[in-house]
Design a protein around this ligand. Structure first.
Ligand code: HEM
Length: 163
């Protein structure tokens, strides 16, 4: 009777030890990391140096060449939006915003061809506020910055392309 009890308690001890050992100390951290990934680009990632883009440079990255990343610019800042092909890929709903600075389109929430430009002339205060919100809360949060539009790089009041 005693021997049976001892062997059962040994089995119990082994089972408890097995389960304790199989709880990984890093398990909680792993889900933290996943959350961080979902929130945006990791600060630890190795980045390429920031590039300067002319309109012509940026036009190549419009999702039409599968081996190239997909870029778009807002307020002169160029973002890599390749991680969201469902929005920006070839034939996706917002593909028209890619390969260019689409500041005006984002401010007006418009895909009209005349709005696919960096020109902010005549935008209302509320459109400028919407632009800032999408710039900060969507683009800066979700996508890595890969460079800047040449027209934003000014020297003595003249843009790079005029120098
Ligand atoms: C019928 C009209 C539209 C509907 C129902 C619609 C719906 C949506 C939905 C559901 C999302 C995804 C939100 C998310 O998952 O976080 C989204 C994102 C977005 N929409 Fe629209 N949308 C419309 C029109 C437009 C237009 C005309 C523009 C023009 C610029 C636009 C620009 C955007 C942008 C920039 C995003 C963010 C994409 C990103 O996260 O990178 N939308 N829209």
């Amino acid at each position: 009777m005693m021997a049976a009890f001892c062997s059962w308690s040994s089995v119990l001890v082994v089972v408890v030890l097995f389960f304790t050992a199989s709880i990984k100390p890093g398990a909680a951290d792993e889900s933290d990391t996943k959350d961080k990934k979902a929130k945006g680009p990791s600060p630890d990632r190795i980045r390429e140096p920031l590039r300067m883009f002319t309109d012509e440079d940026l036009a190549k990255y419009d999702g039409s060449v599968p081996r190239l990343p997909i870029y778009l610019a807002v307020k002169g800042v160029v973002f890599d939006v390749s991680s969201a092909p469902e929005f920006y890929g070839k034939d996706a709903p917002y593909n028209a915003l890619t390969g260019k600075d689409s500041t005006r389109a984002v401010a007006k929430m418009s895909l009209a061809p005349e709005d696919l430009t960096a020109d902010v002339t005549g935008l209302t205060d509320s459109q400028l506020e919407d632009l800032e919100n999408v710039f900060q809360n969507t683009y800066k949060k979700k996508y890595p910055v890969v460079g800047h539009m040449a027209f934003t790089v000014v020297s003595n009041g003249r843009s790079h392309t005029e120098l």
